[in-house]
Ligand binder design. Structure first.
Ligand code: PMP
Ligand code: GLN
Length: 390
């Protein structure tokens, strides 16, 4: 986390966004929307400030939000939760994930992630003093799929936690039932807790269904589910996330969380509560429109990347696509990302999501992640610029 000269290393997303600003490039690196979330939800935040919700909210979160999360999990997935003991509000999914790892993994324990892995997981594992092991996703003609043999070989007696992520950043893979059942099997076999990052739960395309692993037989009692308003509502700056699962695990996460941030985002918690509670009404309509337009923007960017000479694995979810630059004669994605600003675009090398020397790092050495959560005119401009790579 700290470089040799004592400076704090910037995350790959911060580094690439700085590069985009410095070079005046289109930023398809860091994943954040360039259009705001629903106006009625923003108004609800303003109303909450005016109504005086400006002091510390309760430690576990505002009751209306705890209830809205529980109702959402039941309505969407049939998962029943007691909002008073089985839900915890966190400062984004990032804090929920970090607090879960810190609460449940002791120094020397092994924590298994899918690889490539979102960059905050290895950091949280390192902060816990635990050992990071990875199970690669493998590129197939039908998308990235979990290597089930590697999964069985990696999860063992020293494994304390499996950190899952579906829909998956950066590959856009949505884990299917076969993959989730394989994870559930090893979790049972080795008595392991699963922490599942489902921040992209509502962003799936072509009718692909997101299946929460907590809905599999026997998994509710060993799964902590993490999600957030950032992706669902396009308010990434609000940093309202939540963790849900069995009461004893949620209490353990809460014990750590209270000393990380204690609480955060009071007025935003009220606004997100109103938005989630309206999941059948305006929020659902807004989300349906977002998903429709994202799938169109995905197609636009994928076609543009193919035309520019990349090989693209079309994502079933999230707002990212992984493009393989080997057909362009590229071997090193990091190198390519440093050169991309020459044509006026920024992306993120997929190797930044992999442990050095891992199989995934090797397989994906020449791959770059691009986001399509940008306006259509911006994407068209980016695609035009990328054509200059040939
Ligand atoms: N998990 C994944 C897979 C992500 O892509 C992100 C980034 N949005 C996060 C967690 C962090 O979410 P939040 O902003 O709610 O902390
Ligand atoms: N989750 C976003 C991404 O993957 C970025 C979040 C961040 O900058 N930490 O691009």
């Amino acid at each position: 986390l700290v470089a040799d000269d004592g400076t704090v290393r910037a995350t790959v997303f911060a580094e690439m966004s700085t590069l985009a600003v410095r070079t005046g490039s289109i930023n398809l690196g860091q994943g954040f929307p360039d259009v705001d979330g629903p106006a009625h939800v923003a108004e609800a935040a303003v109303a909450a400030i005016r109504a005086g919700h400006n002091q510390y909210p309760p430690g576990a979160g505002v009751p209306a939000l705890l209830e809205a999360v529980a109702a959402h999990q039941e309505r969407r997935y049939g998962i029943r939760l007691d909002p008073t003991t089985q839900v915890l509000v966190t400062a984004g999914a990032t804090e929920g994930l970090a607090a879960a790892v810190l609460a449940l993994a002791d120094p020397g324990d092994e924590v298994v992630t899918i690889e490539p892995a979102y960059d905050s997981y290895p950091a949280a594992i390192a902060m816990a003093g635990a050992v990071h092991r990875g199970v690669p996703l493998v590129r197939t003609p039908g998308g990235f799929r979990l290597d089930l043999d590697a999964l069985a070989a990696t999860v063992g007696p020293r494994t304390r936690l499996i950190v899952l992520n579906t829909p998956h950043n950066p590959t856009g893979a949505v884990l299917d039932r076969t993959e989730l059942e394989a994870v559930a099997r090893v979790a049972h076999e080795h008595d392991v807790v699963v922490v599942t990052d489902e921040v992209y739960e509502h962003l799936t395309f072509d009718g692909v269904e997101h299946v929460p692993i907590a809905t599999l037989p026997g998994m509710a009692e060993r799964t902590l589910t993490v999600s957030s308003a950032g992706k669902t509502l396009s308010f990434t700056g609000w940093k309202i996330g939540w963790v849900s699962g069995p009461a004893h695990l949620v209490q353990a996460v809460r014990a750590v969380k209270q000393y990380l941030t204690y609480v955060s985002g009071g007025p935003f918690q009220h606004a997100v509560a109103a938005a989630l509670a309206d999941d059948d009404g305006r929020t659902r309509a807004w989300l349906d429109e977002l998903v429709g337009s994202l799938s169109h923007r995905r197609d636009l960017l994928c076609a543009g990347l193919e035309a520019a000479g990349f090989t693209v694995t079309v994502p079933a979810g999230t707002y990212f696509v992984v493009a393989d630059a080997r057909p362009l004669g590229v071997e090193d994605g990091v190198d390519l990302c440093r050169r991309l600003p020459e044509v006026g675009v920024v992306g993120v090398p997929v190797s930044a999501f992999c442990r050095r020397g891992s199989r995934a790092a090797d397989d994906l050495a020449a791959s770059v992640r691009f986001t399509f959560v940008k306006r259509e005119d911006v994407l068209r401009d980016a695609v035009g610029r990328l054509a200059g790579l040939r």
